[in-house]
Design a protein around this ligand. Structure first.
Ligand code: FE2
Length: 143
């Protein structure tokens, strides 16, 4: 379970920076809305990063804590440099949040198997968070 939690932690850290990158480099007619929404998302992820690391420490595990480790462990791809249109931002963030949701579910399943109710229950919050964010982002297109 420690390995899965460190993977989730690394995914969250890389996604935090990726969302901030998009917050800075997004371009489009709906800039103000998307710029603000991205800040809301990375602020929430920042809180999750701390909560996951401390959840690991509470359970006698060692969270990864350096950028080198995070980049090595994360399955989230870093963004390309430069400006990006809002629809491309949503496309990338939807794919990333789907991947994060999978990582969260993997941790929950491992916690259930190990009989760790605390970790399992905490993952429920994140399942809800990412599922809701995904539903909302998908409302931005007619597809
Ligand atoms: Fe800002």
């Amino acid at each position: 379970m420690e390995k899965l939690l460190n993977k989730l932690l690394a995914d969250l850290v890389v996604e935090y920076h990726k969302l901030q990158h998009f917050h800075w480099f997004v371009k489009g007619g709906d800039f103000f809305t998307v710029h603000a929404k991205l800040e809301e998302y990375y602020d929430e992820i920042n809180e999750t990063v701390d909560a996951v690391a401390e959840l690991m420490l509470m359970n006698g595990m060692k969270p990864a804590s350096t950028m080198k480790e995070f980049l090595k462990l994360s399955g989230i791809e870093e963004p390309k440099a430069g400006y990006v249109k809002t629809d491309a931002v949503f496309k990338a963030v939807i794919a990333d949040f789907e991947s994060l949701l999978k990582s969260v579910v993997a941790v929950k399943k491992a916690a259930d198997k190990a009989g760790n109710d605390l970790i399992s229950a905490k993952m429920d919050d994140y399942v809800e968070h990412f599922t809701k964010a995904l539903w909302m982002m998908k409302q931005t297109t007619m597809k």
